[in-house]
Design a protein around this ligand. Structure first.
Ligand SMILES: [Zn+2]
Length: 303
């Protein structure tokens, strides 16, 4: 009788171990938000970073529940790579494994892992033409922030960081302006048409001085066909920045309306909100926002 119990217990333990460590999620992306539920409407409870691995607990459509060791949370499946765990060792041991000797580092499974990563995520936007439009400029300063810094400076700074990142991923990037000068809306759209842009993105920051607590990122599109592009870029932006999700909206904006190319207008945060203005001025934010946009474009071009 006792033997039977022991065997059953062992079998159960084996089963639990096998189930728990069956699949691991490797994070792709820095400062990626972990949420309390499967969707961007849930609270951000934690952040994770590139190459960290977590045990997968369950999946709900595009969201994966991961074990955070001292809790659990949900990440979007675009930002993880799933791998079968070949051992029963918890993911926490990976750091120790990586500190092992060089000989061990060149073992087969490590090589397979990095190859898999490269082939599953072919990080290249080679051949894609992206036209970036830093909103406003010159005599048109756009909105004025709490700090008295102006929107046209924020948009130019953002476009420059985003341009560099897109180029690192192989894209050809054309800016509608690269200095503080006035450019009419029609010229911005014409450039997009002339360059036959694969994607046109107009960059803006929001302002509602009458509601100083308003915050968050929203994405606008005009053509029905650009709705998917808008969702992907918005999801990338929210996933990487952790900003409030103001969603995507179809609106008749001139810079998009007279543009024949796939296009978006991004409102990347509220400079009428003191805290948010401070944040959007940091390199950490611009880097996160750019990564989010790049991620969104990958999804768009892959679909
Ligand atoms: Zn604007």
């Amino acid at each position: 009788m006792r033997r039977k119990i022991i065997i059953t217990t062992l079998a159960l333990m084996f089963l639990i171990t096998a189930v728990i460590y069956a699949e691991e999620a490797t994070i792709i992306g820095d400062n990626l938000n972990v949420r309390s539920g499967p969707g961007t409407e849930y609270d951000v409870i934690h952040q994770v970073n590139t190459d960290e691995t977590y045990t997968i607990l369950e999946q709900s459509e595009e969201w994966i529940k991961i074990d955070l060791n001292d809790g659990e949370g949900w990440v979007h499946n675009d930002f993880i790579e799933v791998s079968e765990s070949s051992t029963d060792e918890p993911s926490i041991d990976r750091a120790t494994q990586e500190e092992a000797t060089n000989e061990e580092k060149t073992n087969v499974s490590e090589n397979t892992y990095s190859k898999q990563k490269d082939s599953e995520y072919p990080y290249s936007l080679t051949g894609k033409v992206i036209v970036l439009d830093p909103g406003h400029g010159g005599r048109d300063v756009g909105a004025i922030g709490v700090s008295t810094n102006v929107e046209s400076d924020y948009t130019l700074k953002t476009a420059n960081v985003l341009k560099r990142m897109l180029e690192e991923h192989g894209a050809t990037v054309v800016l509608t302006r690269d200095t503080d000068r006035y450019v009419p809306l029609t010229s911005r759209s014409s450039l997009s048409n002339m360059q036959n842009a694969d994607v046109f993105m107009s960059i803006h920051y929001n302002s509602t001085p009458e509601h100083p607590s308003a915050r968050g990122i929203g994405t606008y599109y005009y053509n029905e066909r650009d709705q998917l592009l808008a969702s992907y870029v918005q999801e990338g932006l929210i996933g990487y920045t952790g900003f409030r999700d103001r969603g995507i909206h179809q609106e008749s904006l001139q810079v998009l309306r007279i543009n024949h190319r796939p296009g978006l207008l991004l409102e990347l945060g509220f400079i009428s909100n003191e805290e948010e203005e401070r944040e959007v001025g940091t390199h950490a934010f611009l880097d996160a926002a750019s990564r989010g946009i790049v991620q969104g474009l990958y999804r768009y071009f892959a679909h």
